[in-house]
Design a protein. Structure first.
Length: 167
């Protein structure tokens, strides 16, 4: 398999390696740890041979070893910061771990120049219908029942690394 799929597997707890390796790679402490044939464990950021490491990453021969059986290896996931970048670029995103079907987040650019307020907004804010109403950018969620709401992420959402782009 390509490293893209191997990386998804390693994030799910699998051990990965190339066929010619005695050692393996494992996701630990928010990084890839290289378990070497001589028993040493190196953080990938401390690799002693960058060319060798990157040549391995470019291989299409990655394999999963051990008891963990990863799923959905073709789905690329990312951290919340990348989710925000994708939202601002017009993509819909969702947590892989969310249980609700068809739930996703979108970025709304707001109305920084203002729009005329409708009756409901005017009543809620104590202004006149038609008055200019300014709104900063915000996030919006499509919920399980198909309705929409403003959305603020939880700390778990902010720290999660299972965000993905949805169609």
């Amino acid at each position: 398999m390509f490293f893209k799929q191997a990386f998804e597997a390693i994030k799910q707890g699998a051990l990965i390696k190339l066929p010619e390796w005695t050692g393996y790679w494992k996701w630990e402490d928010n990084s890839i740890k290289m378990h070497c044939k001589d028993g040493r464990v190196l953080d990938i950021r401390e690799t002693e041979n960058v060319l060798y490491t990157f040549t391995g990453i470019n291989s299409d021969q990655w394999e999963v070893i051990g008891d963990t059986i990863p799923t959905d290896l073709n789905i690329q996931t990312f951290a919340f910061g990348e989710a925000i970048r994708n939202l601002k670029n017009g993509y819909k995103v969702a947590r892989k771990g969310w249980n609700g079907k068809n739930m996703f987040i979108v970025y709304q650019k707001g109305y920084p120049q203002g729009i005329p307020s409708n009756k409901q907004t005017a009543i809620a804010w104590g202004i006149n219908e038609g008055d200019l109403f300014k709104c900063e950018p915000y996030l919006q969620i499509q919920m399980v029942n198909g309705s929409h709401s403003m959305w603020v992420p939880s700390i778990n959402d902010c720290l999660a690394e299972d965000w993905q782009i949805v169609e």
